[in-house]
Design a protein around this ligand. Structure first.
Ligand code: CP
Length: 317
């Protein structure tokens, strides 16, 4: 696997899942695979889990890691092509990315949706600049529209904790005071559609995700009906896709609470974190034995390491 920016970069999903299972069983089995190679982690947006889990995964493989927070550490970047750069941007992203590629064997990049211009966000200009100009393999640490490392960790979590062959998995929208991207929800749907699960999406009317991700996945506007018999409740806020980037509802009835969880089949609760307690999920749910948020975050090391292993093998690591 050369790049990892979405499910569609994975040439053999079954093999990647087997690699992840191997990594989960024995994370220190390949300590020399990355020896002599450098992984750059470039952040255009804040991160706790992605940064630390990818660093830990790299350490397990013998990779050296360089981290840069672009907003605070780099020259102010220009993204538009053909610009007369006589304003406050000091370096073009084409040049900056090509230089980063000189120092690193693999580059991970975290970008974020601006939530102003849907076409621009969904064209993934920053991620594409890395793919076009770095000259080295690119690992998405979350882009404007997808978060595939999170989705792989979510898949591993569901495989680990499922108690029936084909669990019912509910992706539920939840309220949030800020407008957030659709990336985690898009990716979760994209990956779960390939899994042996019955996936249902539930959200208030107006929060429909892009049909490019949803396809024929069932959508239920009544969360009480959606929760019925669920084995996993995966909560996430996202802003509107059609009224792009808008907050259309703060309806607290969408909070994941004990009352709705009681309608499930003793479902596990999942969230990618960070989470706003008692806005997205009640303390009684996230602190319950059914909550998987901590092992789910732990599986971020597994997903990052499995993907890095496949990228290093492709590089001839
Ligand atoms: N879930 C996730 O990606 O967390 P961070 O934003 O902290 O990396």
């Amino acid at each position: 696997m050369r790049h990892f920016t979405s499910l569609y970069d994975v040439p053999d999903l079954g093999r990647l899942l087997r690699t992840a299972a191997d990594v989960k069983r024995n994370p220190l089995a390949r300590p020399d695979l990355g020896r002599g190679k450098v992984l750059g982690l470039i952040f255009f947006h804040s991160s706790l889990r992605t940064r630390l889990s990818t660093q830990r995964a790299a350490m397990n493989l013998g990779l050296e890691v360089i981290v840069m927070n672009v907003g605070s550490d780099a020259w102010k970047l220009e993204f538009a092509d053909g610009t007369v750069m006589d304003g406050d941007t000091a370096e073009h992203v084409r040049d900056a990315v090509a230089v980063m590629g000189q120092y690193c064997d693999i580059l991970g990049v975290r970008t974020f949706a601006g939530l102003q211009d849907k076409e621009a966000d969904y064209a993934e200009p920053v991620l594409q600049a890395f793919i076009d100009h770095a000259g080295v393999p690119i690992l998405s640490l979350e882009s404007a529209t997808r978060h595939p490392l999170q989705s792989l960790a979510d898949w591993v979590t569901i495989e680990t904790y499922k108690q029936v062959e084909r669990p019912k998995v509910v992706l539920t929208w939840a309220p949030h005071p800020r407008a957030l991207p659709q990336a985690v929800a898009n990716s979760f749907v994209e990956w779960m559609r390939q899994a042996e699960v019955d996936l249902v999406i539930t959200h208030p009317e107006g929060y429909e995700l892009s049909p490019r991700f949803v396809h024929d996945t069932p959508v239920e506007y009544d969360p009480v009906k959606a929760y019925e018999g669920a084995d996993f409740i995966y909560a996430k806020n996202w802003s509107a896709y059609y009224d792009y980037g808008q907050i259309l509802s703060q309806d607290r009835r969408w909070l994941v609470d004990a009352e709705k969880m009681a309608r499930t089949s003793e479902a596990h609760f999942m969230h990618c974190l960070p989470v706003r307690r008692n806005v997205v999920v009640a303390d009684a749910v996230i602190d319950s034995p059914q909550s998987l948020v901590i092992p789910q975050a732990g599986h971020r090391v597994v997903s990052a390491q499995a993907v890095l292993q496949e990228m290093l093998v492709h590089l001839g690591g």
